[in-house]
Ligand binder design. Structure first.
Ligand SMILES: [Zn+2]
Ligand SMILES: [Zn+2]
Length: 283
């Protein structure tokens, strides 16, 4: 029987934290805020709807035959949400969008959005979208969800107002996305390490440098050094540093990667437009 190659495609659409930025010093890693895509077969998952969601729209434009999107929200902070306001696929009557969130951690998504998207902050509410919008509350499914061949689990992680880490298992391997986490505030060793164990790809908050950390302790983010040590501890195959500080220039991110590689060699920094593939084989 012929071998068929399957592939899980992970795309960084936005890797910036706090606020979008632009300018010559931010070109290579991008100024778009958090948004990641995971594609396998006919499934299109998006994790977070930061301003990088424009890149996800472009990818959807190029991907024929898709009519379903699953949007996984890590939390409702604005840098993870701002792309949803003007997301063009909200206005596509041929599309179905499932927004996944955790009411127990963050409150009901739809109710929270009523005062912003469609409230005083934006003219077209989610309910007025032409696409069919469905909601899935992870607190009602034990933090788990299956979409086609993709199995998704979520875990609350330390961050002001909490954040969810997502682990997505595909037939090709595993991806963990842990943007917005202050690893030092972990309680009880160590559900989180087990959750991330042996991930093929670990996308991890590295907003700060160790030199900055004393000043920003409690803000809900980690340093590149903590990220590299954690990647080593949990047995990740590859670490992708993300949620770059809004002031961090391309040259400074290069330096962070060099320093992080001394602790964990398989480290890269997330850059808008970066595509990472997990490749498996099935007969
Ligand atoms: Zn953030
Ligand atoms: Zn946040």
């Amino acid at each position: 029987m012929a071998m068929m190659i399957s592939m899980t495609r992970v795309t960084i659409f936005g890797a910036r934290g706090s606020t979008p930025v632009s300018g010559a010093e931010f070109v290579r890693f991008g100024g778009q805020t958090t948004c990641f895509g995971i594609e396998y077969d006919d499934q299109f998952l998006i994790v977070d709807a930061g301003s990088g969601l424009t890149g996800a729209s472009a990818r959807l434009d190029a991907r024929a035959g898709n009519s379903e999107i699953t949007l996984l929200m890590t939390h409702y902070h604005m840098d993870h949400l701002v792309g949803l306001f003007a997301f063009p696929y909200r206005h596509r009557p041929d599309f179905r969008i499932t927004i996944v969130s955790c009411a127990q951690s963050h409150g009901d998504f739809q109710a929270t959005m009523e005062s912003s998207i469609g409230g005083a902050c934006w003219p077209v509410s989610l309910a007025e979208s032409a696409a069919e919008i469905n909601y899935h509350d992870l607190s009602e499914s034990d933090g788990q969800l299956t979409r086609g061949a993709l199995h998704i689990t979520a875990l609350p992680i330390p961050h002001p107002q909490s954040c969810l880490a997502y682990r997505v298992e595909s037939p090709d391997g595993s991806v963990v996305i842990a943007t917005d986490v202050e690893i030092e505030n972990r309680e009880g060793e160590d559900e989180f390490t087990a959750f991330c164990a042996n991930a093929d790809l670990l996308l991890f908050d590295a907003q700060f440098t160790p030199e900055e950390y004393d000043r920003v302790r409690g803000w809900g983010h980690s340093t590149w050094e903590q990220a590299a040590r954690f990647a080593r501890d949990c047995g990740a195959a590859k670490l992708i540093l993300t949620h770059h500080d809004s002031t961090r220039t391309d040259a400074q991110i290069d330096e962070i990667v060099t320093r992080a590689r001394a602790l964990f060699p398989a480290t890269e920094a997330a850059a808008a437009g970066m595509v990472l593939c997990l490749e498996g084989r099935e007969s």
